[in-house]
Design a protein around this ligand. Sequence first.
Ligand SMILES: Cc1cc2nc3c(=O)[nH]c(=O)nc-3n(C[C@H](O)[C@H](O)[C@H](O)COP(=O)(O)OP(=O)(O)OC[C@H]3O[C@@H](n4cnc5c(N)ncnc54)[C@H](O)[C@@H]3O)c2cc1C
Length: 257
Amino acid sequence: MSTRAEQYAAQVLRREQLSTHLVRLTLGGDGLAGFASTGIPDEWVGLVVPEQFQSRYYTVRCWDGAEMVLDVVVHEVGLVTEWAARDCVGDTVTITEPKGSFAMPEGARWLLLVGDLTAMPAMARIAATVTDVPTRIWAEVPDDLPGYLPAGADVTWLAPPAEGASNLAAVVEGIDWPAGEGYFWMAGESAQMRAIRKHLMRDRRLPGTAYDVMGYWRGVSRRQPRAVDPGPIWRSGKAQGKSDEQIWAEYDAARES
Ligand SMILES: Cc1cc2nc3c(=O)[nH]c(=O)nc-3n(C[C@H](O)[C@H](O)[C@H](O)COP(=O)(O)OP(=O)(O)OC[C@H]3O[C@@H](n4cnc5c(N)ncnc54)[C@H](O)[C@@H]3O)c2cc1C
């Protein structure tokens, strides 16, 4: 038996700008014929764009047996970002086989979904699929997305506090949890997700089956300052009659250089 993951060639049929940061790509073509959805509502595929060999993961927003819809967040820089930001209609991409992670226990009586813009495609599909329990959604997004989530969804829209930052950890800590057994699904920036997993385990003491928290992307960590010996800077500054503030400013500048 082959252990090689299935791959599918697909063409970009349509490109639609849904909002400032969200682009909808509709893929199709004969190469997708063998694609079989897992049916799991947060299912994702790997996407390899032209002239690249690395893949990035995207949620299958919709698959109707012939066409696949991916909603791609266009952020500042990035391999897929830069490709999706321009006219890519007609391009051939590679899709890898789908995987899913959402696993709501049978007895769950409510569902909570929390995420940033990258989680919107999954939250929309989950909310449209799970219709038999009350669902609450917290969406931290920079754009207005009217009609993106199913009508009637109980949504709290949150604006991201600043470029690249997120308040989702604080949002989760402030949730007034419904009584009884339920399911919590969340996705966003990886470092935030680690903090939230800890909170769910240690403070809320949820069993691992009651939640699914996924790091969807990794923020760039600020470059560590260089290790600089302050001794010579201090001595030379003092010899030149500089103030302490001037000397520390020089020390900071040397560490950042
Ligand atoms: C299971 C799964 C499902 C996902 N579903 C979707 C989806 O449906 N739609 C979607 O848009 N994304 C989705 N993502 C997230 C997406 O894979 C990442 O955001 C990916 O890094 C984007 O690739 P890129 O080539 O544009 O940027 P990269 O080349 O990976 O990164 C370039 C730079 O951009 C930064 N960056 C990456 N992503 C973001 C971001 N979202 N916001 C701000 N800065 C960012 C990085 O820190 C890096 O500095 C999903 C991820 C996973 C794991």
